[in-house]
Structure formats: C-alpha cells, structure tokens
Design a protein around this ligand. Structure first.
Ligand SMILES: NC(=O)c1ccc[n+]([C@@H]2O[C@H](COP(=O)([O-])OP(=O)(O)OC[C@H]3O[C@@H](n4cnc5c(N)ncnc54)[C@H](O)[C@@H]3O)[C@@H](O)[C@H]2O)c1
Length: 418
C-alpha cells in the first residue's frame, strides 16, 4: 500500500480564517452605490438601477467626462439626486475610500477588475465585478483571500446565469427530469470582428491572450447545474486552440502580438466524473450562440439557436416546440414570475441583466447571501489562466485550485434566498 503521509490532502489546508460560503451581512435598506467604468457595458447596467427602489447612486467614475455627464443627466431625468463625479485615472481609489458607499459596481476593462475590487473590499465595500472577475490565478486568490478577511460580498456579474431558459432548465433539472447530469457544454461564440480589435486597447489585449479568455458566460450556468462547490468541484482542464485563419498575417501562436486562435475548445472534468466542453470563438462568421447542451441519464436538452429537449422514452425524437414551450412555462423561474415583465422592458439580453441587478440589490437589502459568491467568481474566471497554460503546454491537463480550501462539499446545493 502506498504511503500517503507525504501527500498533501487539500482537506488539510485549513483556511486562514472562515470561508464566506452563504455569507450574510447587515441588511442595507438603502444601498448606496458607486459605479467605476461607464463605457458600453457600464452605461447599460447603470440604467437598471434607476428602476430599483432603495438605491442611491453616490458616485460615478470614468476617465471620460462625457460618460459621466451622460449618466448624471439620466439621474436628473429620473428625478434622482446628483452623484459626485470622478474623472482621474486613480480616482477610483478615492471613491472606494468614501464612508458613505456600500457597493462598488465595477465595469472597467478587465485589466483593473480585481485590483479595484480588492481595494474596495479592503475599504469595507461590497463589490460587483463585470466578467471575467480576474485574469490570473494570483488575482483569483487575492479576491478570495480579501473577501474572507474583510467578510464583504464579492460577486461576479455573470448575467447568463439569469437567462430565462437557463433558469427554467435549472429548475427542471432539480425536479429530477434529466436524471443524473453526466455531461454539459457551453460556449461564447460571438462574431466580434466589427469591434476592430486592433484599435481598441482592451480588445487588443484580448487578442494577445491565448486559450479561452472569456469563459464565464458559458461556464457559469453549467457550474450551477452541476453544483460546483456545492457537492462537486472542477478538477482538471485540457484546452486546445485552432490557428487564427481570419487574421493569418498577424497571427503567431508562439510569440507575437496576436495569439488568439479562431476557436478554443476546453474539456473540464469534475471530481465526481462529470464532463464539460467549453468553447470560445469571437472571430468566425457565425451566429451568436452559447451552445448550451445538457446530457442526463434520463433526458437531454440543447440550445444552439432554439431550445430542444428529448427524453429517454423516445430519445431519437425531440419534443415538439409546443411541448418544449409548455415545459419551460411550467418551470419558469420565480425571478421571472416576480420581475420578468419589468426586466424585459428595461433590461438588455431578454431581461436577464436586469434580473441579476435586481437580485443583487434585493439580497443586500435583506441581508441575504448573494446568488453567486466569490468562489463562483474565481472558479469560472480562472479558466482564463488555466486554459492558456494548457494550450501553451501542448494541451496538457492542468489541475484546478480548490479555492474553497476543502469546503467544496460543505453546501449541498445552490440556493437562491428569498
Ligand atoms: N456581462 C456581459 O454581458 C458583458 C458585456 C459586455 C462587456 N462586459 C464586460 O464589461 C467590461 C467593460 O466592457 P465595455 O464593453 O463596457 O468596455 P468599454 O471600454 O466600453 O468600457 C470600459 C470603461 O472603463 C473606463 N475606465 C478605464 N479605466 C478606468 C479607470 N482607471 N477609472 C475609471 N474608469 C476607467 C473606460 O473609460 C471605459 O468607459 C469588460 O470587462 C467586459 O468583459 C460584459
């Protein structure tokens, strides 16, 4: 028998302090917010909060004053108090240091997400961070360590977890409809060539990355289905990238300015033996899809462009469109029952973005654990780093860190607190 005494078991790694699983904080009847980064995404999200009661916008921060003025005008149009404006590149620090703010909402480009979030938590603020929350393993650990030390909420704004179909399918899976979920697939396939990567600073950064630089839209809902760090955990990843055939003259996988291939495919295995296929492609002429697929022991679902479901009694035939729609309606998630109408009216992406922001404020107001925690943020974001390491290593298998330090089976399932 092998001597295991020298083998480091992850369960031996005691957290320096307690974990922040299902963290509860003081209820905040009025959530006082600051926004850092008000570009395309920040402006879109900012507008949701004009429709949510019990929110005060205290500060707006961007390095372009035109962005600030636009949002200030919106506050005025909605008869809300004016916010203080911050325009210098380092002003986000002063925003974080204020003592009349509860939540910093971070929508800068990805290079500053973790840095601002860590600084904000150290200044006693909850943080909501756009995707991906972090770019490297080091940043991931910094977010976890800081959230644990400061006992502040750190949520990544993964809006796809609030998609109507993804939530209904999550409901359906909990009813046992799919049996044991064995395999899932997801993707970010979005033809972004029109964004002219070469001329926009942070999109150029994206092109200089390798592996899967934007994994969380596909991976988030899949991890919720599989109960990651709620009874299972991500174990290892292998990743392979195609060459770059749309910009061959600029592409040099080994060494150069542009290293992002057309299509990256990763396969992730969980501790309990489930598999996840995850893809990334922003430079091929293809329709947008997150290529959702769920294969269970009793039923199957896929959402490429339309949602299709098959059951084990008749596996070679998909349910009809009417049967599928009825199943979805029967399993409509309570978030959509509560706020679907308003969400579709004021929020982007079919309402899921508004539902996410509404839930964030609702949980903070009521002192409830948030729907997604810091461990979700880093488990999904660390694929940026791990997939690149795998590709560079010839598609070598790379182990996931256990960011919960052995607490991945302390919770039995994902809970949405009401
Ligand atoms: N969840 C989604 O569906 C979704 C969609 C689009 C973008 N995003 C994410 O949102 C983030 C922003 O993307 P975008 O498309 O809005 O980019 P953008 O370039 O339009 O906006 C980024 C903003 O950050 C500001 N900024 C940069 N440095 C700053 C600093 N030091 N202080 C204050 N402001 C600063 C910029 O001036 C800019 O206005 C990215 O991380 C992206 O990945 C998410």
């Amino acid at each position: 028998m092998a001597d295991s005494r020298n083998k480091l078991d992850v369960h031996d790694l005691k957290p320096v302090i307690d974990d922040v699983l299902q963290l509860r904080c003081e209820p905040l009847p009025v959530v006082r917010m600051a926004f850092v980064g008000l570009g395309k995404r920040g402006k879109q999200s900012f507008q949701h909060f004009l429709y949510i009661d019990g929110v005060e916008v205290k500060a707006l921060c961007d390095i372009y004053s035109s962005n600030l003025d636009e949002m200030q005008k919106l506050l005025q149009n909605f008869n809300k108090a004016q916010a203080d404006l911050y325009v210098q590149p380092e002003d986000w620090k002063s925003v974080c240091e204020r003592d009349d703010i509860d939540l910093i909402y971070i929508c800068t480009d990805r290079s500053k997400h973790a840095e601002i979030a860590v600084y904000a938590m150290k200044n006693n603020k909850h943080v909501a961070i756009e995707v991906p929350a972090a770019n490297t393993l080091e940043e991931c650990w910094e977010l976890v360590n800081t959230a644990e030390q400061t006992r502040k909420h750190c949520i990544m704004l993964e809006n796809c977890c609030y998609d109507y179909d993804e939530l209904a399918l999550l409901n359906l899976s909990r009813s046992g409809f799919f049996g044991e979920i064995v395999h899932v697939e997801g993707a970010y396939i979005h033809d972004l060539r029109f964004l002219d990567f070469e001329n926009k600073a942070h999109y150029l950064d994206l092109w200089k990355m390798n592996g899967n630089p934007y994994p969380t839209h596909g991976l988030g809902p899949l991890c919720q289905l599989l109960g990651i760090h709620r009874g299972d955990k991500l174990q290892s990843i292998v990743s392979v990238s195609s060459g770059q055939f749309n910009y061959p003259e600029k592409y040099d996988a080994d060494n150069s300015s542009l290293t992002l291939g057309n299509i990256n495919t990763s396969i992730i295995k969980t501790y309990k033996g489930k598999t996840i296929v995850l893809q990334h492609d922003v430079s091929s002429p293809r329709p947008y899809t997150r290529n959702y697929l769920l294969s269970g022991s009793r039923a199957y679902a896929e959402k490429r462009n339309e949602l299709r479901i098959a059951v084990s009694e008749n596996p070679s035939v998909y349910l009809s469109a009417d049967e599928t729609a009825m199943l979805m309606a029967e399993n409509e998630h309570c978030f959509y029952k509560q706020k679907g109408e308003l969400a579709r009216k004021v929020g982007a992406h079919g309402g899921m973005d508004f539902i996410m922001d509404y839930r964030l404020i609702y949980c903070l107001q009521n002192g409830l654990p948030l729907d997604m925690d810091v461990y979700d943020a880093v488990e999904w974001s660390c694929v940026v780093d791990l997939s690149a390491r795998s590709v560079v290593g010839g598609s070598a298998a790379i182990e996931f860190p256990d960011f919960t330090r052995g607490r991945w089976d302390k919770l039995r399932k994902l809970e949405f607190f009401q």
